[in-house]
Design a protein around this ligand. Structure first.
Ligand code: ZN
Ligand code: ZN
Length: 102
């Protein structure tokens, strides 16, 4: 089950469960869309992978046993601002490789 984190790892912006600008990598590292575009350039600083929009878990129990009421979203904030210089060298080669080929 997807861990739904409450904030952007870089700028610490709130990303509630129904946010439409939350982005995740395959390890659920979570950033806002602005940071993915302008800061980390679609390259996860933790794993090197690309990002996709995070799906919104339904608030209501449309099917028995599954909803944000039944499976609570995460409360633990991860705040590890990216060092622009270090990330720049990390993505120097990576950013030229499409995420599906990394
Ligand atoms: Zn952000
Ligand atoms: Zn990652």
């Amino acid at each position: 089950m997807l861990e739904i984190r409450p904030s952007c790892e870089h700028c610490d912006k709130d990303l509630p469960a129904d946010a439409t600008d939350a982005m995740i990598c395959s390890y659920e590292c979570t950033f806002c869309a602005d940071c993915v575009d302008s800061v980390i350039e679609n390259t996860c600083p933790n794993c090197g992978g690309g990002f996709v929009p995070r799906p919104v878990r339904p608030a209501r129990e449309w099917r028995p046993g599954v909803s944000r009421e039944k499976q609570k979203v995460g409360e633990k904030r991860v705040h590890k601002p990216v060092d622009g210089h270090a990330h720049g060298s990390f993505i120097a080669t990576l950013k030229n490789i499409p995420p599906e080929k990394r």
